[in-house]
Design a protein around this ligand. Structure first.
Ligand SMILES: [Zn+2]
Length: 107
């Protein structure tokens, strides 16, 4: 008889809940924004994302830029607006794009 250890899942959930003690995990909030159509992708290409997300009281601007990473006008360290955008876009960092392992070499 073998005993299976659960790894990864539990630790990840704890990390999400620990930050500011919110009852609703960020990922659940992000899913809600997506299901309600609150996230609008204004622009998305290989290296850049621009979007808006309608929060409860105001509309946040967010996006991804090389060198800056993900950002949001709400300025929380980790916010559901960015997490929602991360679920539907996948920008490529220029350094990663030139990595042979990535498979998008220009020649
Ligand atoms: Zn935000």
């Amino acid at each position: 008889m073998s005993h299976r250890e659960r790894k990864g899942g539990d630790a990840r959930m704890m990390r999400m809940l620990r930050g500011d003690g919110r009852a609703v995990p960020l990922e659940q909030e992000a899913d809600r924004y997506l299901s309600l159509g609150r996230l609008t992708i204004l622009r998305a290409d290989r290296h850049l994302v621009e979007a808006t997300c309608e929060g409860r009281s105001r509309t946040h601007r967010l996006g991804y830029e090389p060198g800056r990473g993900w950002w949001c006008s709400c300025e929380r360290d980790t916010c559901p607006h960015v997490m929602a955008a991360m679920k539907v876009t996948r920008p490529v960092h220029p350094a990663a794009a030139s990595d042979p392992a990535f498979g998008f070499q220009d020649d």
